[in-house]
Design a protein around this ligand. Structure first.
Ligand SMILES: *Cc1c(COP(=O)(O)O)cnc(C)c1O
Length: 820
């Protein structure tokens, strides 16, 4: 025993938030940490120095939060996500720490404009779209509602690609968000784990004569942790986002190097590092690449090893795991965690299989994000077996257990048993990651009410029959800090003047704003804020694209990943039809509109990229046609990301949420717009259904087929050709596009795209066109009465509080995690 008593180490004094002190510290960091004289410091240096000063203030709270969970023994939540679409962090941190004015004043006293340096911070774009953005909103809300939580993911060197347009075509460029370093993160050299791939499985008998399996991987890499603190609203709690980076076990093979093979000496290093180099740029199709499976296992294994190590630091064994640990799988990307947790418990910690299975299921929850068959992950057995031989065995063992359970229950037919199986047996044999996640979790949640209902009757119908109490709903949400307070300070001030500050701590307290919906003077102020936001967006469009917009026109915005089911095509076809109408009927009073689009297409998604080109072709024609008299403009703003969304969302009058019903699991873009006072034109899909319930059916424009009608139309062989022939507007628009009116340089560019609508119309573009076009003319009508429009917009803001991710997280905490 060491008898030397430890000295009491004093904690540093809490940092001051006075502007003078902040300014002093910024200069101190600039000088001693960055090594720059203030006289020659570049804007980037000021940004880094400011972040370092903010970070210190977060660290105090971070350590306090960590000490608290050790002291209380509270349950910890682990959110495993292959994507975190974070955006910038500085404004979030400043605002949540309540230091907005102080930081602005401190920088001003140094001659630095906070908004200029804030604009230099790169977006952390470690995600593709909604799923990754949800993970980022959840991290902020978990800190806000004081759930002790860790986010686990991958520290991609290159996040989502940067999108440029070249002659209207999408061009993908690498994004290097780490080029200037990342002052938010801490590398944790002590938290590193070995991750294996390939090799063989040995069976040895333990002293009791029972077989024990020992995986001998052929390859190994190190997972090294990088931590970013995530601060909640009013700095209540600071949680950790831990991102893993792959590093070689031997950075350099010295023997090879000394033998003169300088390139070969670095091969291992390059191979390891390539594992976490890039984010897979696909959000709705399962990438079939081996590297993707390696990434999934890499971050799942590192996270689980870390979780188990932390648990053993505080508790004797793993029987308490389900009481002290909740692991949430964000979609199936971390689903291999089910098998890895079993392996760690059984093979490494010597636990008996059935007990390990109970503990695994007691600990893991799974969130499903899509019903699209092509997006449900499956892996070919030969690949899986080669890369993860022990996990393959474990999956077979789990499958045997589950199938036996189903067989004992006589009500299951062979067809149902085949659909429950973890192994797809028809055609090439594959592992079904959705089924693995389902059977390995005690809770499977959908992300909107409609999506949850559909899950029960489609993908998971048979598993739901076997385990009827596992599926539940947790409708997505958005953090109102980023998506109202920070992105729309004008509206935030106006609301505070009207109803006080309660809504800042509880978005549902926006409700009292309802009373102001019909107040003429409030309407005017609300409209003035909207106009100022439209001017700001117009300035951005003017400076980036050289296009001038009229802020008094209706700003009609569709921004999201480009995907056929999201139906940007329906929107642009309607624009073509409207263009035709405006030219044919100059005598009518057309409502001036600007149709804005933004979004990235997966690089391998041909039709999505073609739709981007079509929007740009149509935009060029319409914007340059004097016969339009400026009544319609079409603009595709390049490089959609979180920071662009933060400018576009507050500037929208009309929000386009027009997916084919039954195909958008929830959507969160829809929530951002409505919270900021845009009216929604949308289908009864995803969370739109619940938004209608909350804002009231008079305050949202709903059109088109419902999910059950889409399913019926598809099943009955819907006849798009007949529908098109019956609609003059639609047939003319389609005719114009397919015959090359917008593509003189290549008249057949869009023939196949349009032919798809005639031939099968899988996404119901033809089926919904007339209803959509009519809804748009109703929107025009509404726009001519500003008072009514504004009152509806105000009602949207007032009634969207329920869609705060704080509410979502409280539901997860209470009903799934039993934590917090
Ligand atoms: C909110 C958000 C999304 C999700 O938008 P949907 O309209 O729900 O698809 C995608 N990307 C970014 C950058 C976002 O901010």
């Amino acid at each position: 025993m060491n008898t030397v008593s430890k000295p009491t180490i004093p904690s540093p004094a809490p940092r001051s938030s006075k502007p003078e002190i902040l300014a002093e510290e910024i200069i101190e960091r600039l000088t001693y940490r960055i090594g720059k004289d203030a006289k020659v410091a570049k804007p980037h240096d000021w940004l880094t120095a400011t972040i370092l000063v903010l970070r210190d203030r977060i660290i105090d709270k971070w350590m306090e939060s960590t000490r608290r969970v050790y002291a209380t023994g509270d349950k910890r939540v682990y959110y495993l996500s292959l994507e975190f679409l974070i955006g910038r962090l500085m404004r979030d941190a400043v605002s949540n720490l309540g230091l907005m004015e102080q930081v602005r004043d401190a920088l001003a006293s140094l001659g630095v404009d906070v908004s200029v340096i804030a604009g230099l911070e790169p977006d952390a774009a470690l995600g593709n779209g909604g799923l990754g953005r949800l993970a980022a909103c959840f991290m902020e809300s978990m800190a806000t509602v004081e759930v002790p939580a860790y986010g686990y993911g991958i520290r991609y060197v290159h996040g989502l690609f940067r999108q440029q347009l070249a002659d209207g075509w999408q061009v993908e460029l690498p994004e290097s968000w780490l080029a200037h370093g990342n002052p938010w993160e801490f590398e944790r050299r002590e938290s590193a784990y070995e991750i294996g791939f390939g090799g063989t499985v040995d069976v040895v008998n333990n002293p009791e004569g029972e077989p024990r399996y020992v995986w001998k991987p052929a390859e190994r890499v190190i997972a090294a942790a990088f931590d970013t603190p995530v601060v909640g609203w009013r700095g209540k709690r600071v949680n950790t986002l831990r991102l893993w980076s792959a590093q070689p076990i031997d950075p350099i093979l010295l023997d090879a190097f000394n033998a003169g093979d300088h390139i070969g000496a670095l091969r291992e290093s390059n191979k390891a590092e390539s594992l976490t180099r890039v984010l897979y740029p696909a959000d709705a199709t399962a990438a079939g690449q081996e590297l993707r499976l390696r990434q999934e296992f890499f971050f799942s294994s590192a996270s689980l090893q870390d979780i188990l190590r932390r648990h053993l630091q505080q508790y004797d064994d793993f029987t308490s795991l389900p009481d002290k640990v909740a692991i949430q799988l964000n979609d199936t990307h971390p689903a291999v965690s089910v098998a890895e947790l079993m392996r760690l418990l059984c093979d490494v910690h010597g636990m008996e299989f059935d007990l390990a299975w109970d503990i695994t299921r007691g600990t893991i929850g799974y969130t499903n994000h899509t019903l699209l068959p092509e997006a449900l992950e499956t892996w070919p057995i030969p690949l899986f077996e080669r890369l993860l031989p022990r996990h393959m065995q474990i999956i077979y063992a789990i499958n045997a257990k589950v199938l036996l359970e189903a067989r004992r229950n006589k009500s299951f037919s062979e067809t149902e048993i085949r659909s429950i199986s973890l192994i797809e047996e028809s055609g090439e044999r594959r592992v079904r990651m959705g089924n693995l996640a389902f059977v390995g979790a005690h809770s499977i949640n959908g992300v909107s009410a409609l999506h949850t209902d559909l899950m029960k009757v489609t993908v998971f119908a048979d598993l739901h029959k076997l385990y009827p109490d596992r599926i539940n709903n947790k409708t997505n949400g958005i953090t109102p800090r980023r998506w109202l307070q920070q992105c729309n300070p004008g509206l935030t001030s106006l609301i505070r003047e009207a109803i006080g500050d309660d809504f800042l701590d509880d978005a549902e307290k926006l409700k009292p704003l309802d009373k102001f919906a019909s107040d003429a003077s409030f309407q005017e102020k609300f409209a003035a804020v909207k106009r100022a936001n439209k001017v700001a967006l117009s300035n951005l469009v003017a400076s980036r694209m050289g296009i001038k917009l009229d802020p008094s026109a209706m700003f009609d915005i569709q921004i999201k990943r480009i995907h056929e089911y999201k139906r940007q095509l329906l929107n642009v076809i309607e624009a073509v039809a409207l263009y035709d109408q405006i030219r044919s009927h100059p005598e009518l009073d057309w409502v001036p509109r600007v149709k804005l689009f933004a979004g990235k297409a997966a690089p391998s998604y041909h039709n999505a990229k073609l739709i981007i080109k079509l929007i740009n072709d149509v935009a060029r024609t319409i914007n340059n046609d004097p016969a339009v008299r400026g009544l319609l403009k079409v603009v595709f703003v390049p490089n959609y990301n979180v920071s662009l969304a933060e400018v576009m969302v507050p500037a929208a009058d009309l929000s386009e949420q027009i997916s084919t019903a039954g195909m958008e699991a929830s959507g969160t873009g829809n929530m951002k717009f409505a919270l900021n006072g845009a009216l929604t034109i949308g289908t009864l899909d995803g969370a739109n259904v619940e938004m209608r319930d909350h804002v009231g059916e008079d305050n949202i424009i709903i059109f088109g087929l419902r999910a059950d009608e889409v399913a019926a139309a598809r099943a009955d062989g819907h006849n798009p050709r007949a529908i098109i022939e019956a609609s003059r507007e639609l047939s003319q628009a389609l005719q114009a596009i397919s015959s090359g009116v917008f593509s003189h340089d290549d008249r057949n560019r869009y023939s196949a795209l349009i032919e798809g609508i005639y031939a099968h119309d899988w996404f119901m573009v033809a089926a919904d066109f007339d209803a959509y076009a009519q809804a748009q003319r109703d929107v025009d009508q509404l726009w001519t009465d500003p008072s009514t429009w504004n009152s509806k917009a105000i009602c949207n803001t007032a009634r969207m509080g329920w869609f705060s991710s704080d509410r979502t997280i409280r539901q997860y905490a209470k009903e799934i995690w039993r934590a917090g």
